[in-house]
Design a protein around this ligand. Sequence first.
Ligand code: HEM
Length: 545
Amino acid sequence: MAILAFSLADLLASPAVSVLTGVVAVIALLVFLYPDRAIFTRARSDVPMEEGAVPIVGHFFMALKGKNRARRLDNHIDLIKKYGPLRRVTIWPIVDKPLDLIFTNNPLDVEAVLKDPYTFIKDSKSDNTFDEVLGDGIFMSDGDQWKSARKLAANLFTIRGFRDFFSRDFIDTCDHLSEILTTASNQGLVVDIQDLLLRCTMDSFTRLAYGKDAGALSMKWAAKNGRMVMEPNAFANAFDTAMKISFQRGAKPLWWIFERLDGTGKQLKEAMEIIDNFAADVLVEKRKLIAQGLGKSEDDERYDLLDHLLKSTTDDDEPLSDKALRDHVLNFLLAGRDTTAQTLTWAFMEVSKRPEVARKLREEAMQAMGKDGKCTYDMLRQLPYTLAVFNEVLRLHANVPMTGKTVTQDTILPGSRIPVYKKNIVIWSSFAMGYSPDLWGEDYAEFRPERWLVEQGKSVMKQNTKRHFVFNGGPRICLGMNFAQQEGTVFLSTLIRRFDFELVNEDDPSKWGVYHPDPSKRQGRYDETVTLGLRGAVDFKLRAI
Ligand code: HEM
């Protein structure tokens, strides 16, 4: 007995046991201090904490598991119904700073956040997720860096040559697509409209950005199992891969470790090589032309973004570096390419389910341009119903569905009347706001383009940037809003007038985040990317009219 008592006392006095006891005591203290949230985040009772938090690490495991990711936006709407317009999530990503996320669905909060891009910053560089592909371009910057990027881009949009080039370019691209669709229709082939529209906008935006077409819509195609299948385009594929991998980092704690193990790091590197080589080649060609005195002037009918940037200077009157040129161009490509193509894809999907909407679109297009006429820039004013359809599509499928801003100093959110503290991240969802009865009335879930029409249907209500944030708002409002609406109107009016679109192959489970044999119970047709694309192919059978 004496021997046993001696050994126990010895054991208790041993250094290993002392360390262990210390660790247990520290953990117990931390569990006591942070029972429902990540370590180093503050206790607060004014914002409900989303369920799923564990002591010390908060919602870390929930983020790691990616629970509900397949229906993340529908899930967000469910959570708003459950908790109300405010809720909180905290995450301690082990080796980085803790995240303290405040979700709001109050438009007054969002308006205040957007109005003040100094108190609420994007802070996109802090987690390095988009470093490789977007560098220091407009989407990634805050403060003075953003101001000069914005000035450069905004100047471009006021140059007449560029504006004309832009408008004409998407009319021409739409005609090119129309020829392809006519071939598909004549041969009875199914087309993936999302793929084709992404090729269209990739070509127009590479032309607008670099003056050189990526050639995505001109790739060879073949008929395979009744479908028109176009060969992949290296530049477009590389851009998609880079954006997807960069975006997925945001939802993966410790992504820099996982990327080395799962091969995505290598894929990103290869994609960036293709993108950077394309950009570098174009730059060499442009510089050669400039050296020969053949550079384009602002009045040139094909004055492009790179021409503009090569003439522009930094705030210190220095020419832009090659890295800055590349970053600006890739940000522009991101801004305009996927957004419009995906919104148009949602539009064809919505319209194909509603013969009455298709009929009205056709009637309006026929009146404006006749049976065989082309859509022109001047005709756009005669197509209010078409623009209303585009706006209604964006209301229900906000293309930038979730946005977050980091707080730089303690302040109050004026709609919810709660404080937010330095380093909190305020998050809202334009997607969820499209489904809010408070904002849109009891028929919010109905697809009703008429809600946008004023003056007996002769014109269209402006985007209300106080309650509806699909194009952002405040000083960082989307620079391409008008262009996107024009492009949407051209494509919709031209193609719906020429073709009848029948949506097919939707019973494929791989196209849905949550599949159910009953179509009304399916969810998550959207994809996991920066913008709201569709999961998988969006197949249509066409009938020329
Ligand atoms: C349906 C089409 C479009 C939608 C829904 C859309 C939406 C948006 C949104 C929500 C933002 C803010 C993103 C953020 O949080 O930083 C934004 C920014 C921007 N957009 Fe668009 N966009 C569209 C098309 C375009 C087009 C066609 C262009 C160019 C021609 C363009 C150029 C830009 C630029 C340059 C910014 C950055 C503004 C800044 O940070 O100051 N967008 N857009």
